[in-house]
Design a protein around this ligand. Structure first.
Ligand SMILES: [Mg+2]
Ligand SMILES: [Zn+2]
Length: 181
């Protein structure tokens, strides 16, 4: 399999620690980066792979996540990745309620929006890295490679072709290993 040119990276549970079910990251202080995630994001950039963050944030529609806080979190994340030597090309957010739009993953609107903004993006040369089945389903729908972050070492390949990894660092290693060149 060839090395992807773009990685679509889910946010909560991949870049930062996920909040307990039903809770959202509503403050800068709730945004708790997972170990190695900044370095891994920078590693994709260094490997010539475009990074697009795609995230469901229905807390905005529910009125519990403040959009200005979300924007603040994302500008800080961009700055931290840049300080680590990387670059986030785009951050695409679905801030709608489940069932009310066509962009909440597993729907593919966020991916299409990213490609609309950057026509160089080719879904067939992309990978989706996420910690939820909705990320994996979205990967299948756009025809991208699926990488599931499980938090558990010793990942395997599922019958549907999804590769399991412990974290974003392992995802970087998998997608940039020499036999992918
Ligand atoms: Mg997630
Ligand atoms: Zn949406």
């Amino acid at each position: 399999m060839s090395r992807p040119r773009t990685v679509f990276v889910d946010r909560d549970g991949v870049v930062n620690r996920k909040q307990p079910e039903g809770q959202y990251v509503n403050a800068l202080s709730d945004f708790d980066l997972l170990p190695g995630s900044l370095e891994a994001l920078a590693g994709f950039t260094r490997s010539g792979i475009k990074v697009v963050v795609v995230t469901n944030q229905q807390g905005v529609a529910k009125g519990v996540t403040d959009e200005s806080v979300l924007a603040q979190i994302h500008s800080q994340l961009r700055a931290e990745v840049e300080a680590a030597g990387g670059r986030i090309s785009q951050i695409q957010v679905c801030n709608h309620l489940a069932g009310s739009c066509d962009c909440r993953k597993p729907d593919v609107g966020l991916f299409e929006q990213a490609r609309f903004q950057d026509p160089e993006i080719d879904f067939g040369e992309s990978a989706v890295i996420g910690d939820s089945e909705s990320d994996i389903e979205a990967a299948h729908r756009i025809g991208a490679r699926a990488v599931l972050v499980t938090g558990q070492p010793g990942g395997s390949v599922r019958p549907d072709g999804t590769t399991e990894v412990a974290d974003l660092t392992e995802a970087l290693n998998l997608l940039t290993e020499p036999d992918h060149v």
